[in-house]
Design a protein around this ligand. Structure first.
Ligand SMILES: NC(=O)c1ccc[n+]([C@@H]2O[C@H](COP(=O)([O-])OP(=O)(O)OC[C@H]3O[C@@H](n4cnc5c(N)ncnc54)[C@H](OP(=O)(O)O)[C@@H]3O)[C@@H](O)[C@H]2O)c1
Length: 284
């Protein structure tokens, strides 16, 4: 009898990793999750739990016992951690699918922005590891707009900068659908998948879509980029600058969709309106 394929999911409690776990279940592979806090993990029945942190090579090694393929969300740790994690994985598994970022640029030796740098740190050792690798390089996630939830729960106004900035936000289920294809099928080794959502929607239109899902109208209140930055105190200032710079650029040049989700999965990327309906409970 052939052994069941086993996938280790790193980041299983996160937005994308949670969807990867959910979508792997019907494929029949065995799923194991590396989690830092098993008591809080709340994973579906049947998922094996391996307790550990990416910073601990021993814990990662133990979690890899009998594993063929790895899905990894990279929580932007140091280059030392990246090197040791990849070494441990490459000794034990055959395939890795990494959630990276569209901020990584292949035409640069040194990345020109902190988000690209943080992901290049893990892409480089993976490329050199001998593993079969697939890099998912998404543009913005729809989950970014969960930052509006407290304002929407409290009233009908969302304050923000660059309301006219239009982008193709991704449903986490679509990123996961691409990941699951790459984890469970051949033919994706060496791919760098640039992922986007469907048609571009401005931030004002995104707020309206949440209002439509909730069944009550919501309004956008424009604030200056300086005000917006001062309210992003939980984000490192250089990352806030990258985010605000990205929004500014999408006022005149809306983010354009890629066809990758459809090409890989056979289904078009979900719309933002769909995402808002799927997440309506987060805004109530
Ligand atoms: N947001 C965007 O628009 C965007 C765009 C492109 C790329 N990305 C990239 O996507 C990634 C975030 O994906 P996401 O939103 O799905 O993530 P998320 O919801 O923030 O979840 C992060 C996951 O990583 C786990 N984790 C964090 N530190 C860990 C550690 N030291 N050891 C083991 N596990 C650890 C967390 O586990 P716990 O439950 O223990 O915390 C959680 O499961 C980032 O790398 C980001 O740069 C994001």
């Amino acid at each position: 009898m052939t052994r069941k394929q086993r996938v280790l999911v790193i980041g299983a409690t996160g937005h994308v990793g949670g969807q990867v776990v959910a979508q792997l279940a019907p494929t029949g592979v065995a799923v194991r999750a590396l989690v830092r806090n098993p008591a809080a993990a709340a994973l579906p029945a049947g998922v094996e739990i391996a307790h550990g942190d990416l910073r601990s090579p021993d814990a990662v090694a133990a979690a890899l016992d009998g594993v063929d393929s790895v899905y990894m969300t990279w929580p932007m740790l140091s280059a030392d951690v990246a090197d040791s994690v990849v070494e441990v994985i490459a000794e034990r598994a055959r395939r890795i699918v990494l959630l990276s970022s569209a901020a990584v640029r292949d035409d640069l030796v040194e990345q020109d922005n902190p988000i690209g740098r943080a992901h290049a740190i893990i892409e480089r050792p993976i490329r050199e590891s001998g593993l079969d690798w697939t890099f998912l390089r998404p543009y913005g996630f729809a989950t970014l707009t969960l930052e509006w939830a407290p304002q929407i729960r409290a009233g009908n106004v969302v304050r923000g900068a660059y309301g006219a900035a239009a982008m193709t936000l991704l449903h986490e289920a679509d990123i996961a659908a691409v990941a699951v294809r790459a984890l469970t099928n051949d033919g994706h080794a060496g791919a760098r998948y640039e992922l986007s959502g469907s048609a571009p929607l401005s931030r004002v239109e995104q707020v309206a879509a949440i209002g439509a899902a909730l069944g009550r109208p919501l309004n956008w209140e424009e604030i200056t980029p300086t005000q917006a930055k001062s309210e992003m105190e939980w984000i490192a200032p250089e990352i806030a600058d990258v985010i605000l710079g990205g929004l500014a650029s999408m006022v005149d040049a809306p983010g354009q969709p890629t066809s990758t989700v459809r090409d890989v999965t056979g289904s078009p990327a979900r719309t933002y309106a769909q995402w808002a309906r799927d997440h309506v409970g987060d805004f109530r």
